[in-house]
Write a protein that binds this ligand. Structure first.
Ligand code: ADP
Ligand code: MG
Length: 322
């Protein structure tokens, strides 16, 4: 079975039956929903990072820490939630030294200040395997206003924040798979230190009908909205926003667009909305560029269209762990 299919098949077979609470959203969303009080709900999400998979052991510890926190804040952003705090579970190799941990903690301190969150708890253990860290983040959202993956309707347009594909190119550069050139620092920075689009997410309440953060590739992630909302999503490849740095490296050919649309780690927000004007205005209020990239229709699945409206064949829609 193809990798990404297996990941989601095993979640739906073994774990979804355990998700008996309505707020678990059948394990199909970026965060679960806990009713807090008459005014607020809580959005809760967790993501694990493993040495050799999500970061390399030579990566600067402060950046590893900040990325671990930020990828979780990105899930909260996509739900329109305001982060409150986080828990940190660390499985450290026995030889982890104080200098490494000092830099790691400084990275967290810096981002805590930037995003107004506090460490709330966690767990620390030693492991004989690679270093693993899991962050669980909690955010608050006005009662009934959490944006799920389930509300896209035929007739809605599809939007994405920022630019797509930078982090994928950044990772290729770090792995030595792409020749060095101008704009490298920007591209590797986009991989090592993503920007959770928290201000945009909060502006999307009442504007977006469905949203998620793009972590595994734009096309593959939009397929989740299509599946949960029971709609078809068509993306016009030429509309996918690319940074000048990425354009300079890759050119604007179809292959480059497919690479950008299927590489992971963007941590932008992809969303649907019945109102193009509302979507663009939310982007302006948040100070984040928002681009219309496609359309929601009746049907199922996701497709990428070329300039002539013909479907582009894609081998792999996104990053896969299996
Ligand atoms: P995201 O990319 O937004 O972090 P994932 O693709 O990692 O989401 O996960 C998809 C869904 O499956 C989420 O709702 C997540 O909470 C759920 N999930 C994944 N693994 C597990 C697990 N082991 N137990 C319970 N839920 C899980
Ligand atoms: Mg997500």
């Amino acid at each position: 079975m193809a990798g990404q299919l297996r990941e989601f098949a095993l979640i739906s077979r073994f774990f979804a039956p355990l998700a008996t609470s309505a707020g678990a959203l059948a394990l199909t969303d970026d965060a679960c929903l806990i009713e807090e009080n008459a005014l607020c709900d809580l959005a809760v999400t967790t993501d694990a990072l493993i040495e050799g998979v999500h970061f390399l052991n030579r990566d600067p510890p402060n950046l590893i820490a900040r990325k671990a926190l930020r990828v979780n804040l990105s899930d909260l952003a996509a739900k329109g939630a305001r982060p409150i705090g986080y828990l940190l579970a660390l499985c450290l190799p026995r030889d982890a030294d104080d200098a490494w941990l000092d830099a790691f903690a400084s990275g967290l301190a810096e981002d805590q200040k930037q995003f107004s969150v506090s460490l709330l708890g966690g767990d620390t253990t030693a492991t004989t395997g690679p270093m693993t860290l899991a962050v669980t983040a909690l955010g608050e959202v006005a009662k009934g206003r959490m944006i799920t993956r389930g509300g896209a309707q035929p007739g809605d347009s599809v939007f994405v924040s920022g630019t797509i594909g930078d982090a994928g190119a950044g990772l290729a550069l770090l792995k030595g798979e792409l020749e060095q050139g101008a704009g490298d620092e920007y591209l590797t920075g986009r991989y090592q230190l993503p920007t959770p689009r928290l201000s945009l997410g909060r502006e999307l309440a009442g504007v977006a009908s469905a949203a998620l953060d793009v972590s595994d590739g734009l096309v593959g992630d939009l397929a989740h909205i299509a599946e949960v909302s029971k709609v078809r999503i068509s993306i016009e490849a030429a509309r996918i926003p690319l940074s000048p740095e990425l354009r300079a490296r890759l050119g604007a050919g179809v292959d480059s667009l497919v690479d950008a649309a299927t590489s992971g780690d963007d941590y932008e927000i992809a969303f649907t909305s019945p109102s193009e004007r509302g979507a663009l205005a939310a982007g302006r209020r948040a100070g984040v560029p928002v681009t219309r990239i496609g359309q929601v229709t009746a049907g199922e699945g996701v497709c990428l269209l070329d300039r002539n409206g013909r479907e582009i064949t894609i081998n792999q829609a996104g990053y896969s762990h299996f």
